[in-house]
Design a protein around this ligand. Sequence first.
Ligand SMILES: Cc1cc2nc3c(=O)[nH]c(=O)nc-3n(C[C@H](O)[C@H](O)[C@H](O)COP(=O)(O)O)c2cc1C
Length: 312
Amino acid sequence: MARVLGLLMSGRKHGFTSGLLEAALEGAASVTGVEVETVQVNRLAIDPCHSCFSCIRRETHDCVQKDAMGADGELMGRLTQANGWIIADPVHMWGPSATCHLFIERCYPFLWSGTLSGMPFMSVSCASNQGMQRLANEIICKWAFTFGLRYVGGVPVHTTYLAAARQHVGELGRRLGEAAIEDARERRPVSDQQRFLDYLDKPWSALEPYLQNLTNGTMTYEGSLIAQGLASFGRPEARALLEEARAPFQQALEHFHAGNQTAATELLVRASALWTHATWREFLEEEVIGTRVPGAYRPIEGGQQEAPRSQS
Ligand SMILES: Cc1cc2nc3c(=O)[nH]c(=O)nc-3n(C[C@H](O)[C@H](O)[C@H](O)COP(=O)(O)O)c2cc1C
């Protein structure tokens, strides 16, 4: 049996968004062997993340907060037992709702455990006024990427075309159900590189935004955070990681400017993993988090996992 979990972010139990979720779940349930369940996340007591970083330090990577999304909360078990999630979200303030953002933020422990890597996922973003459903859909896609979710699809909906959208969402729900059956047989976690490559044709792809991020909007090595970090980072082990990141990062930029998306992505995966390990060493490890980078998080493929520690 495969389980598909519908996560309703709207406060309106019988509104437009819930109607779309129903259509998606009907599609999923039409696949033999799939059972579906709905949770109205909007009505659960969920606090924002307290930034205690216990989920990184604890070997079990679970959350210590005492609410619906804590380790013993009513939601966490259902989330981890699912073989597929459907997020149905109303568009609020030209983007995803606060409930959706809160939920995603509290999924932070899954970054460290890698639990969600490879799990099938779809979303629906429903607007009925000015819109911005496409932007909301992109943002939810970006969040799905961060966890390495297997992105079956995302549907930006405006109620102007609600009937057609219901049909589309139902079909996607069926595809999610099929993917959930495979997931129940065996979860297939995605490698870091595969995740970046898989999202190249999705509503949100990491390649260009990440290059914009690392170059601080300049799209040049000279203007990049890596060049700046090499001038300002104090810890030798962090600087060593940046040194290692320099060449793949420069090559990633060259390939991007030449239009070679796949090669640029492969190089960026390596450079950005080194970058995140370097910042961890420089800013987070001792003062903030108190532990090394968990193994499931941004492994440095084809190289050393971490630079040797300095003796000082
Ligand atoms: C706080 C708030 C902000 C909203 N912002 C937008 C918006 O930016 N664009 C839009 O088209 N609709 C907006 N709406 C309307 C919702 O998108 C609308 O309720 C939507 O169709 C979701 O369906 P539901 O409320 O029936 O679940 C907003 C509603 C609320 C409560």
